[in-house]
Design a protein around this ligand. Structure first.
Ligand code: CA
Length: 663
């Protein structure tokens, strides 16, 4: 044997004996791990850590006794096991310690970050924390129950940012800007008007939709005294609450306990809780947990190999890759099981693929089929994902019990969202009638809607009314009141109040799931600011003085909500039911819509209901079916017993007013 051959054999045998990392040519080759135990598995006897990172060359874990800074008190090298999962076990009770992972790829170590599955973190989410989840439960948590919900058609959502409810100095709420502030009862303004949770209860909504309340990046949790504000659409750690909303961001158990306390208090007060989830992108891109631990995998790439950007936030995640899909499913399950959440609102849902969204609702069905899922059926930019796979509005019929926001009715009522001075139905612009009618039937197939004339959708997109979220305003863009001021500067306040009330009446009498932006019931203003995502509290907070300034508007919205809750005819459960019972009346005038809901629809105790929306400034007269009608809603208020009766062939409807009659 020549010396060269001998050395070659030695080299080959060394190479074959080495259990180094496998080289992958594409993310498609990455093994999929099916286990449910990624991340920390804590017990008082030991802590097991598992991290999926198939292409890593080395993985290490460092332990700390503080949330930020300090020196590591321990370091472990993880061993590669099956399916790309690295693992280590630390004996003894490690509760209270902090940890972070570091992965070596291409010969270089990445940043120290918590794993994507981390369930508890310290200040600014830089390190995971070893927490005994069972010890984070508030008193009575085992008895916590979701308030009853017979069907998604019963849902009336109130979209709220945690800080907005309490920051006003006049709110009377002690825990300002905190989860616990939203859980305070008996709070009042200086004038004795109820605020906070009491106010929401009096309004009568069924669900509170919280803007992002998972751990996000933009608020420095070491400087809470600065009271920095952000909506929170910049996710950092998906599976644990935001630290700045807790009373102690350093102790990872505190934010968990306080968020659970909030959920329990809302449940005890008859309200369900929805979390706004933003899996479509991460706040950081190169430095995110995802990218530091499994470079590139969790994101879609553009043609040049860089981060594609359908979120307009610098990256977009890849729900179509198995481990991202699995991550999303398990994350949603975690919030539903550990935190007893009742619904999820998916930000830019169009970035996710249909298969993933259906897998999520299927997983939630196993927990509780009354957990409601809805989302924005659009993207904020081009995505490499094929249109037919996207969970966009046009594909809603392929989604299992997932609802989408109707921008059709939103802009039909008040005007195109990006053309600030555009008028629409309530401000007297003709041509939006079919868009509003399309919203009345909750984006379903109805023989009397002329789909060619609908503003955006030229075909029905909802399988049933339960797939449409009906709204006119939300945290994005101008508040309804500001929009009406900008688009109707020539009108006085009294006229704009009429438009505002008419908008609310259209939303709350239309089929589908109703959705209200917090404060719309007291004509919330952000001083004309359109994108207040990082504006100060002074702009964003609910100004409780307005409750005293516009008591008639609040009473009107309360009446609309009661009307909807007491009358299932406004909450029909199927397309066929809407087709059978809801008939539009022939109308010649512009900006006027009239329809009947007849035959004790959906078990309603009213045999016939007549609804008229007049978006014109002047009164209009419509022919109505004969008989004696009870007036239950006019431009001023709702009365179940009736505000009077009408027995005529014609009904005169005042300008900018909704009228509801009943038999
Ligand atoms: Ca944070």
């Amino acid at each position: 044997m020549s010396r060269l051959l001998y050395l070659t054999i030695i080299a080959i045998s060394m190479w074959t004996c080495q259990s180094g990392p496998k080289v992958y040519n594409s993310y498609l080759e990455y093994p999929v791990y099916e286990g449910q135990d990624l991340g920390l598995n804590y017990s008082a006897e030991k802590s097991i850590f598992k991290l999926w990172s198939p292409a890593a060359e080395e993985v290490r874990l460092r332990l700390y006794d503080v949330a930020l800074g300090g020196n590591a008190i321990g370091e472990e090298n993880l061993k590669l096991g099956v399916d790309g999962v690295w693992e280590t076990t630390i004996a003894g009770d490690q509760k209270g310690k902090y940890y972070a992972f570091q992965v070596k790829t291409g010969g270089e170590w990445g940043d120290e970050v918590p794993d994507p599955d981390v369930k508890a973190v310290g200040t600014n989410g830089r390190r995971g924390m070893i927490v005994d989840m069972a010890a984070t439960n508030p008193e009575g948590w085992e008895q916590d129950q979701r308030p009853p919900l017979a069907g998604f058609n019963d849902i009336i959502i109130y979209e709220l940012h945690v800080r907005d409810l309490s920051m006003d100095p006049n709110s009377g709420i002690k825990n300002k800007g905190k989860f616990l502030g939203l859980a305070e009862l008996g709070t009042k303004t200086g004038d004795g008007l109820s605020t906070g949770l009491d106010h929401i209860k009096e309004l009568g909504v069924t669900h509170i939709h919280l803007l992002p309340s998972y751990d996000f990046m933009s608020v420095d949790e070491t400087k809470l005294e600065e009271n920095k504000y952000n909506w929170g659409y910049d996710p950092q750690n998906y599976n644990t609450p935001e630290g700045s909303y807790s009373t102690d961001p350093a102790d990872g158990a505190v934010r968990i306990r306080e968020f659970k306390q909030l959920v329990k208090t809302l449940h005890d007060n008859g309200l369900r809780v929805v979390l706004d989830v933003v899996y479509n992108h991460t706040g950081a891109t190169e430095t995110s947990n995802f990218n530091q631990l499994v470079p590139g995998y969790y994101y879609r790439q553009d043609e040049a190999g860089g981060f594609s950007n359908a979120s307009a936030c610098g990256n977009e995640t890849a729900s179509d890759r198995p481990m991202m899909r699995k991550f999303m499913i398990e994350s949603v399950k975690h919030w539903a099981e550990e935190y007893h959440l009742d619904g999820f609102r998916f930000d830019l849902m169009g970035i996710h693929d249909i298969e993933t969204m259906n897998a999520i609702t299927s997983a939630l069905d196993q927990i509780d089929p009354t957990i409601f899922v809805y989302g924005e059926g659009w993207t904020a930019g081009a995505s490499p994902l094929a249109d037919e796979q996207k969970a966009i509005k046009a594909n809603t019929m392929k989604l299992d019990r997932v609802a989408a926001f109707s921008d059709d009715i939103r802009d039909g009522i008040k005007g195109h969202v990006f053309t600030h001075d555009a008028k629409a139905f309530v401000s007297g612009l003709a041509g939006l009638e079919e868009s509003v009618k399309f919203g009345v039937v909750a984006s379903t197939q109805h023989p009397q809607v002329d789909y060619d004339s609908v503003n955006y959708s030229k075909a029905p997109w909802a399988k049933s009314p339960l797939q449409t979220v009906t709204y006119v305003s939300c945290h994005d863009n101008h508040t309804l009141w500001d929009r009406l001021a900008i688009s109707c500067p020539e009108e006085n306040e009294a006229e704009r109040i009429k438009m505002h009330k008419l908008s609310g009446a259209i939303v709350l009498t239309s089929q589908g799931v109703s959705f209200l932006h917090a404060g719309v019931e007291m004509m919330r203003t952000k001083g004309g600011e359109e994108n207040s995502y990082e504006s100060p509290d002074a702009i964003n907070q609910i100004d409780w003085a307005r409750k005293g300034q516009y008591p008639d508007v609040l009473t009107y919205f309360q009446g609309l909500i009661q009307l909807r809750k007491q009358h299932p005819a406004f909450r029909m459960t199927s397309t066929e039911m809407v087709q059978k019972h809801l008939q539009f009346l022939p109308i010649e005038q512009d900006n006027l819509i009239a329809y009947t809901i007849s035959g004790n629809a959906n078990g309603d105790d009213w045999k016939n209901i007549l609804v008229v929306y007049n978006g014109n400034a002047a009164y209009q007269t419509v022919d109505i079916p004969e008989g004696s009608w009870k007036i239950v809603l006019d431009g001023e208020r709702m009365s179940e017993e009736g505000l009077g009766t009408i027995d005529a062939k014609e009904l005169t409807v005042p300008g900018r007013t909704a009228i509801v009659l009943a038999q």
